[in-house]
Design a protein around this ligand. Structure first.
Ligand SMILES: C[S@@+](CC[C@H](N)C(=O)[O-])C[C@H]1O[C@@H](n2cnc3c(N)ncnc32)[C@H](O)[C@@H]1O
Length: 244
């Protein structure tokens, strides 16, 4: 998979994607990342990428010419998605869609945003990382790249398959997990996890995933069409940990 990012701060994305699992995957060739700086495509003496909005108003906007030039020069993989609060809300479903492609590209805004001709005539779509306003699209781009890349074959190493994680195939949140010590400040790890009975541990985990999802994200339970009879029985068998 090839991922191209257009940003006036390309180092932010490049650095983020160079560490941890993401960096390992990148260097192992699980995906290729190319970051491009529209400032390299300016022609004026000051290399300016921004200008004041027509009609007045606060702040500056990214100018269209350096962005069109950068994209047309590098011919990035499509779709080319503009980061912006007005876009489709990014979630695990969208991550799965992007992970099924050979590549995609992300275009990061800054200042008060981007001249709208970029959205209308260059981008293929717009993606939002939540109902918040960031100062730039780079954090969103990193979030998208990290989420998508860990779905790619070879990205996770020995870590659990993303299928078994929150928002995975079961459509649930993942159950809580514990490590040593088995008692810390008087807070004990649930007996079931120490029982050595693997079938019982799996049933307990499934029950806690259900309890947690019902408590925290009942919308996910509704989206998967409710509970099976077996799952209802698991809820009876194991009481919930304290969930908010
Ligand atoms: C300060 S924001 C511009 C916000 C814009 N003036 C508005 O009110 O919608 C600058 C850039 O940050 C990025 N950005 C801000 N919030 C975002 C979000 N929720 N999702 C994705 N990108 C976002 C976009 O690329 C945007 O062009």
């Amino acid at each position: 998979m090839r991922i191209d990012v257009f940003s006036i701060f390309p180092g932010l994305v490049d650095d983020f994607c160079s560490v941890g699992l993401l960096g390992k995957g990148r260097h192992a060739g699980v995906f290729e990342l190319r970051c491009h700086d529209p400032r390299q495509h300016t022609t004026d003496a000051h290399r300016s990428v921004d200008d004041a909005p027509f009609g007045g108003g606060p702040g500056m906007l990214l100018r269209p010419e350096p962005i069109f030039d950068a994209v047309e020069t590098h011919d990035p993989p499509r779709p080319l998605l503009l980061l912006g609060p007005g876009g489709r809300r990014f979630d695990q479903d969208m991550a799965n869609e992007l992970a099924g492609l050979d590549g995609f590209s992300l275009l990061c805004g800054r200042y008060e945003g981007i001249d709208d001709r970029v959205r209308q005539h260059l981008a293929d779509g717009e993606v939002s990382v939540g109902d918040v306003v960031l100062s730039g699209g780079e954090v969103g781009a990193c979030l998208i790249i990290e989420t998508v890349s860990r779905l790619l074959e070879g990205a996770m190493g020995n870590a659990a398959s993303p299928v078994e994680e929150s928002f995975g195939a079961a459509g649930l949140l993942e159950q809580p997990a514990f490590t040593r010590p088995s008692s810390y400040r008087g807070w004990a790890v649930p007996d079931e996890l120490l029982s050595g009975d693997h079938a019982r541990i799996e049933r307990w985990r499934h029950a806690q995933a259900l309890h947690r999802t019902i408590a925290a994200r009942p919308d996910l339970i509704a989206a998967r069409g409710g509970l099976s009879d077996e799952e209802s029985a698991l809820l009876e068998e194991f009481s919930p940990l304290p969930y908010p």
